[in-house]
Each structure stands twice: as C-alpha cells, then as structure tokens.
Design a protein around this ligand. Structure first.
Ligand code: 2AM
Length: 165
C-alpha cells in the first residue's frame, strides 16, 4: 500500500524564504523539512500500487492549461493539535477548481475522501505553538505544477507531475 496525495510543490526559492523566516522564530514542535513544503490538493490515504495507472491518468481530465494561478499565502495560523501553517486569505478560483475537480474525479473513480471541506494550507510545523510575536510572513508564487506524491518515512517522492497553464 502507498500513502498518496496530490499537491502543489513549494518552489525551492520560496521554501528558502519560508525557512529564513522560520529559523529566528524559535518554533517548538516538529518543523516540516524545507524540501517537503507543499500545499495538498487532495489526500488519498493508503492505496494499493495497482491504483497508480488510474491516478496517473486522472488529472488529464481537468482543463490544466487554464489552471495556472498566483498563490499568495498570507495568513499564519495554528489549528487544533498544533498544526502551524500558512493559508491564503483569498482563495484563488483556480485552486478551488483544481482541488474540487480532483475530488470529483476521485469520487467517480470510487476513491472518496473523508467528506471534510477543503482548507488549503502549507504546514510549517506540527505539534507546535503559534509564535509569541510572529514576524509577518507572506509568500507568493505562480502555481505551475501539479504533483502526485508518495509519502514515505523521511520524505515525499514525486511519482508524476503535470504542468499547469
Ligand atoms: P497536513 O500537513 O495538514 O497534515 C501528506 O501527509 C499531506 O497530506 C500533508 O499535506 C497532510 O496535511 C495531508 N494529509 C494527511 N492526512 C490527511 C487527511 N486525513 N485529510 C487531508 N489531508 C491529509
């Protein structure tokens, strides 16, 4: 079984910016490694390897050439359980179309989600407290790639990717 998810990778330069912000904040908890920073679009959980051919075809059914967009993450928040993250205060229509489109295709393929509403975010640290006096952080990048990842111990392995725009 493979633990899988579709996500937007965080470009290396932006990931470095985020890390440069994180370092002096003295965050507690477990920091997400720089190379693993991403925004999940659809979480698939554990699936047998035999599902990979289907998953490799699925995104092609979306109008990917129309779905590049600027993603601005400007809201620092900490959810229940200490999930410190950045989220967009404005939800780009393309982001919601991508996540919603993937969810619909997955449902149709017999791979339903857990029914929870999609709340886009980039996790910075787990089991963490909100920084006491956080320096504001806002990052923006052009989302131009959709990636299917396998989550393994110690990292995320890209299995397939599709250009946006
Ligand atoms: P998180 O960072 O908020 O924990 C790989 O684990 C990715 O899948 C992470 O972005 C993680 O979100 C997300 N993820 C893990 N379990 C999930 C679930 N049950 N529902 C939605 N996303 C999940």
């Amino acid at each position: 079984m493979l633990r899988l998810f579709f996500a937007l990778p965080c470009p290396a330069e932006i990931a470095r910016q985020i890390d440069a912000w994180r370092q002096p904040q003295h965050l507690d908890g477990r920091l997400v490694p720089v190379a693993n920073l991403h925004v999940t679009l659809a979480f698939l959980g554990h699936l047998p390897e035999s599902r990979l051919p289907l998953l490799r075809q699925l995104p092609q059914q979306l109008p990917l050439s129309e779905l590049a967009f600027d993603l601005q993450l400007d809201r620092l928040d900490c959810w229940h359980g200490g999930l410190l993250h950045l989220a967009p205060s404005q939800l780009p229509a393309e982001l919601m179309a991508l996540a919603g489109g993937l969810r619909q295709l997955l449902d149709t393929a017999g791979l339903p989600g857990d029914g929870r509403a999609y709340r886009p975010h980039l996790t910075l640290a787990r089991e963490s407290s909100r920084p006491q006096v956080p320096t504001p952080l806002s990052v923006r990048w052009r989302a131009e790639e959709l990636v299917l990842y396998q989550s393994e111990q110690g990292g995320y392995l890209p299995l397939a990717s599709w250009p946006l725009g």
